[in-house]
Design a protein around this ligand. Structure first.
Ligand code: SF4
Length: 200
């Protein structure tokens, strides 16, 4: 069976592709992620997937819509909290994958989001099943988190870039919130010192 495997990035693709192959199926990897910001990070993740595809020998179908910051922000709207924005973000990507699966005449789709220990696994699985039923196709489910360590080891061995945050500008802010606070405190202390100097 050929599966359209939505990918979020290169490193997360390695283990799922390996597992799908092990079962005698094949994966056509589909890159559609308007949630990755800013542009240089988006570019870097595409380059990482190109490297993974070359080294691990899997085909990639690149979505033609390009860098999707504005479109993604429009769809997310005022949902800033992860509990509100992540389900919408999953749906944007999974629904596009389900539609593409039908368009290509493939029987099933899946996603590398099922590999991450940091994503809402049950929500992704249920959404995948719901969309599969709505589009009359199959959702290939496997708990790819079982290969978390193995996937990291393969990506390190192949020298593939591993990103430090999920993707959107909000997740980047959440990742560095403590660092931003430390920076703010440092700048504040510095400006207080300079103010005292000028007050003399
Ligand atoms: S944290 Fe990740 S899943 Fe959640 S909205 Fe941002 S990019 Fe999407």
């Amino acid at each position: 069976m050929e599966i359209l495997l939505h990918t979020c990035c290169g490193p997360c693709t390695l283990y799922p592709v390996k597992e799908i192959r092990k079962e005698g199926s094949s994966a056509l990897v589909y890159f559609y992620n308007p949630n990755i910001h800013p542009f240089r990070e988006y570019e870097r993740r595409i380059e990482a997937l190109e490297t993974a595809s070359d080294k691990f020998k899997f085909p990639v179908l690149w979505d033609q819509s390009g860098y999707g910051l504005r479109d993604w922000l429009n769809q997310i709207g005022t949902r800033r909290d992860p509990d509100e924005r992540c389900p919408v973000c999953y749906r944007i990507r999974l629904e596009a994958t389900a539609r593409k699966t039908v368009k290509l005449g493939l029987p099933a789709f899946s996603t590398t989001l099922l590999y991450s220990r940091y994503q809402r696994h049950d929500l992704i699985r249920n959404m995948g099943k719901e969309l599969a039923s709505a589009y009359g196709i199959e959702f290939y489910y496997q708990d790819f988190r079982n290969g978390w360590i193995e996937g990291i080891e393969i990506s390190k061995r192949l020298g593939i870039y591993r990103q430090p945050y999920c993707g959107c500008i909000y997740s980047e802010e959440e990742r560095y919130i403590k660092r931003a606070k430390r920076l703010q405190n440092r700048i504040l202390a510095k400006s207080m010192k300079e103010k005292t100097k000028w007050d003399k």
